[in-house]
Design a protein around this ligand. Structure first.
Ligand code: ZN
Ligand code: ZN
Ligand code: ZN
Length: 367
């Protein structure tokens, strides 16, 4: 465990910093505990647990940072964003736009600290220099340079979400880059969605266009809501950085593949471990389904990770694939609607339920 503040490097006593400011618990949002899976999702046999939102804390930030510049960003965010989160129309004035973009940047960096040391050792998370650079700008109420931010309206069932997706900048005719040069930050709170992109290789910065009103660099007051609302069926692609359009010819900005494609499954006891697209968790399914796949029999099942996020998984000739990721209710509905007979597989953890798919070649349903 690092004993110094990730932002300023101070070795003073580290405090518990909320990933999302405490004020979010007090503005009238639904605070019911979020189930980590529901109904049939529990059949996979793992204790999925329930926890209320907005309680997650990280312990890598010193008291001076926590109660100083980070708190100042929270104060602006609370004043400006509260009505929008609750769905009341309003404006983000030009004088507040730097602080709001800085708050998105700070919140995304803080959220990435929730990962374990082991995950960070495997490259999950953002470079330490991002934290140090934001600290150097602490009195300027603005995000890191080489960045763009947008604000829009969200119409879906998620209560909140924070996602960071590494992005690759690729130039026509040149090989794929071997590391990401940018990342997308997406924060969803109530009816408000905020998104930013930051280029960590400044020479590769390109301006990107989005269908949402731009918050940073400032281009006048942002009237909210305006632009097309973001709905659940588009959320994963949006948060995954697929909505960016480079305004430069011959240059593309797209998700960095090694981070967004799933690692292969590995077998653990009688279960097969499958990393989920959230990038943080794994789910398990019975190894018997692998044997079935070898005999040309394929199945669909629902499962969930601790994000919480629910998944519809299909086994296919080349392994298990996530066909949809959404709330437990939506995934449950998709599973129920699938044709095919339901099977129960007994395993060490109890019963595992899945549906036999007619043929892998008839399963082209995309999320
Ligand atoms: Zn500090
Ligand atoms: Zn949990
Ligand atoms: Zn997850």
């Amino acid at each position: 465990m690092s004993a110094t503040c990730v932002f300023c490097g101070s070795a003073d006593t580290l405090t518990g910093e909320h990933v999302l400011g405490d004020w979010l618990s007090k503005i009238g949002l639904d605070l019911d505990p979020v189930p980590h899976g529901a109904g049939w999702l529990n059949r996979i046999g793992r204790e999925l647990g329930v926890r209320p939102p907005f309680r997650q804390k990280v312990r890598d930030v010193c008291g001076d940072c926590n109660h100083g510049w980070m708190s100042r960003l929270e104060v602006v965010a609370q004043r400006v964003l509260t009505p929008l989160i609750l769905g009341q129309s309003g404006r983000i004035e030009a004088t507040d736009q730097g602080a709001i973009a800085g708050w998105v940047q700070k919140t995304a960096l803080t959220a990435m600290l929730v990962s374990s040391e082991a995950d960070r050792g495997r490259g999950y998370g953002l470079p330490a220099s991002e934290y140090h650079e934001l600290y150097a700008l602490r009195d300027e109420l603005r995000p890191l340079p080489a960045s763009q931010f947008w604000a829009g309206r969200y119409e879906g069932v998620r209560g909140w979400s924070i996602r960071v997706t590494p992005l690759a900048v690729s130039v026509d005719g040149l090989p794929e880059p071997d590391r990401p040069q940018a990342y997308a930050m997406t924060i969803l709170l109530g009816q408000l969605v905020l998104q930013g992109v930051r280029f960590t290789t400044p020479s590769l910065q390109v301006r990107v266009s989005m269908r949402l009103p731009q918050l940073w660099p400032p281009a006048g007051p942002v009237t909210w809501p305006s632009g097309q609302p973001l709905e659940d069926d588009a959320f994963l692609d949006f948060a995954g950085g697929k909505g960016f359009r480079s305004v430069e010819q011959h240059i593309q900005v797209q998700p960095w593949q090694p981070a967004t494609e799933l690692e292969p499954s590995r077998a653990v006891g009688g279960m097969v471990e499958l990393p989920t697209i959230c990038g943080k968790h794994v789910v398990y399914y019975p190894a018997a389904l692998v044997d079935e796949a070898m005999h040309g029999r394929f199945y669909a099942f629902g499962t969930a990770c601790e994000c919480p996020m629910a998944y519809l998984i299909h086994t296919e000739p080349d392994g298990a694939h996530c066909r949809a990721a959404d709330t437990a209710e939506v995934i449950s509905g998709l599973y129920e609607k699938l044709p095919g007979e339901e099977y129960e597989i007994e395993d060490d953890d109890g019963s595992f339920w899945c549906k036999r798919l007619p043929s892998p070649f008839q399963q082209k349903m995309e999320p």
